[in-house]
Design a protein around this ligand. Structure first.
Ligand SMILES: [Zn+2]
Length: 287
């Protein structure tokens, strides 16, 4: 599977010069993956997901190209941008106008995903923090799990009746989190990076055409999350690795992680709980 656009007709030099456009092109593909995360679970054939992904990134690229046309005079630059962003000639549009995925709908759909993204982000962080907690405990283990992370998020509920399940469901509880995590697993590093930047600052990156430096940071962050997630393990489970490399979308090969150092805080209460036997042992020794 070719994940990221390749630009065979464009020279290395051109791509270096127009790195901003490459960043936007990749970011628009990420947005498409966020709205239709692979692998999809479409039950009705034929699946439209691939096509929808293409339509989404195309509409976003077209918006960018229209902006460039308004703001740039240099025709050589514009024809380069047309090639790089894969913008067809005018006649194409009249023919295909009714098939398009409008950009206002992309924005609307993305906003509607917010609740899902929040759940995925929270569970992703819980997995990372739980692992940190076990590493800092006397066990010194690289260990985490989805079920234990959910326990930390929702508290321990020993009796799981149907009524309880329904309540959880309607309140976006554990089942909702599990379902969303399953659906967005391949893009959860992008979601975590996006949510991280949202907490960090200001306006959204989508539809603002002068923030390529932030897209660069977004990709570095996503890469950082990906590296951390690939280290997560649930030692006693049938499938040890929480994420297999093929379960999480790779980033373009040129993305280099730089200057990212986000502290991962342990869960203090959980840390105390894990350390109880150790503390008891120490106490019995000193008694
Ligand atoms: Zn599908």
């Amino acid at each position: 599977m070719i994940l990221w656009n390749e630009y065979p007709i464009l020279s290395e030099n051109f791509l270096k010069q127009h790195h901003d456009l490459v960043l936007y092109d990749v970011f628009h593909q990420v947005v498409a993956f966020l709205l239709h995360p692979p692998p999809c679970h479409c039950t009705d054939a034929p699946c439209q997901c691939d096509l929808l992904q293409k339509k989404i990134s195309f509409s976003l690229n077209l918006d960018l190209f229209n902006f460039l046309q308004e703001t740039h005079e240099d025709s050589e630059f514009l024809s380069g941008a047309r090639l790089l962003l894969n913008i067809p000639q005018e006649s194409y549009f009249q023919k295909n106008y009714t098939q398009a995925y409008p950009s206002w709908l992309i924005e609307k759909n993305l906003n509607e995903e917010e609740k899902n993204f929040k759940a995925v982000d929270q569970l992703t962080w819980a997995l990372l923090r739980l692992c940190e907690t076990y590493q800092l405990s006397y066990l010194r283990e690289t260990r985490t799990s989805i079920s234990e992370s959910l326990e930390v998020i929702f508290g321990n509920t020993p009796v799981k009746t149907n009524r309880h399940n329904k309540l959880q469901e309607s309140h976006g509880g554990e089942h909702f989190y599990k379902r969303q995590f399953k659906r967005y697993k391949s893009v959860c590093h992008f979601i975590a990076a996006l949510q991280f930047m949202k907490k960090e600052n200001r306006e959204p990156i989508l539809f603002s055409w002068n923030q390529s430096d932030r897209i660069e940071r977004f990709l570095s962050l996503a890469n950082w999350f990906k590296q951390k997630l690939l280290l997560l393990q649930t030692p006693n489970a049938k499938k040890k690795d929480v994420f297999l490399p093929e379960e999480i979308l790779p980033l373009p090969s040129w993305v280099v992680p730089h200057e990212i150092d986000i502290p991962i805080e342990p869960f203090e209460k959980k840390l105390e709980e894990i350390n109880v036997p150790f503390v008891e042992y120490l106490n019995s020794k000193s008694a």
